[in-house]
Ligand binder design. Sequence first.
Ligand SMILES: *Cc1c(COP(=O)(O)O)cnc(C)c1O
Length: 444
Amino acid sequence: MTADPFDAPQSRALLERAARVTPGAVNSPVRAFGAVGGTPRVMASARGPYLVDVDGREYVDLIGSWGPMILGHTHPDVLAAVSEAASRGFSFGTPSENEILLAEEIVSRVGPVEQVRLVSSGTEATMSALRLARGFTGRSKVVKFAGCYHGHVDALLASAGSGVATFALPDSAGVPPSSAGETIVLPYNDLAAVEAAFAEHGDEIAAVITEASPGNMGVVPPLPGFTEGLRRITADHGALLISDEVMTGFRCSAAGWYGLEGPYDGGAPDLFTLGKIMGGGFPAAAFGGRAEIMARLAPTGPVYQAGTLSGNPVATAAGLATLRGCTPEVYDRLAVVSQAIAGATGDALSAAGIPHAIQWAGSMFSVFFTEGPVTDYDGAKAQNTELFKVFFHSMLSQGVHLPPSAFECWFVSAAHDDDAVDRVLAALPAAVRDVSESFATIAL
Ligand SMILES: *Cc1c(COP(=O)(O)O)cnc(C)c1O
């Protein structure tokens, strides 16, 4: 295996200090490198497509803060908007203009979203959307799909993807059976299972929540007709359909996955959840949908929901500048960069005879170390994560920072210029050679 020429001593020293005051030394589990081993890099700064760690080493960034950095790091327009907003006040606890402008921008982009409520994280968005769906329907059960991640909401942690997949946790401790018991978990892309669940519990189900196109078990797009099937079944039974576009929103297209796959026969999802890109790297997220449903929220309706920092003027300035920066040229560049990196990775793995599948949702992609197509969580879990580990560390040692888990998307930005792309391509031959050597020894 290619030796890591850089030992990351400063990162290691800081993480030792962190471990004394923070469980596992990190504030979100996937950052701990639990799935790949080795020393996580503590970052000092970022610009464009690059991260720089505390040891002074530069990496081509393929994490993109898990999606938000679609324009690249410290984009000048976003930085200017943030500085200007911060100079006028950090938080007011009253209405302010930026939150109104951001809401208007979201509503203008995502057709079926007539109104939004701003929150501070994707988790808060799905949690609140679920409460609203329960309040609107007067029902309590919710259907989710195995491998879909909707944040760390109690009711939605069952068979979740993302960090839960990375660490192979069956469920989280601390989620009461009464909460998980209201959740029906079904295999993704299986409409017959949805029909069966509704045949049994149809009048108790408040909502089906699904990732618009799942990205938290790797990219597993809905099969043709799946989303429309969900729309039809939920409508037939008086349940709501919640499309979680926290990851896909404003990435798969200007209007997210809905912009690519919609409009649907039978109508749009009732509620959407959004996050990541719409905060531009700051804590801002949203849930929204038909005005008739949104009106059930306090203060106009009986479903309570609130937040001290909701609609924060600095976070909303960052989100607004980021969304305004998401021009057609940006989406064109994302497609070019994704195809270059995914194409070269696929070619190199094919030439070496390594089983793999590259899957897409618009320009969002991930690489599975297994024969495709992967259509559900069981398929995603069948991949060889040992091979990913080898691949990851070889790329890292060559200055390319992939997400440290085989179950995550590779996030590119419009700031990935030809030089950054070339650096990724240049690292591939050695990484694939390392994987080939392991492939001979790692039992499948
Ligand atoms: C990231 C993500 C969330 C959770 O968002 P946080 O801001 O991390 O709470 C929810 N749903 C999906 C689809 C996500 O990708």
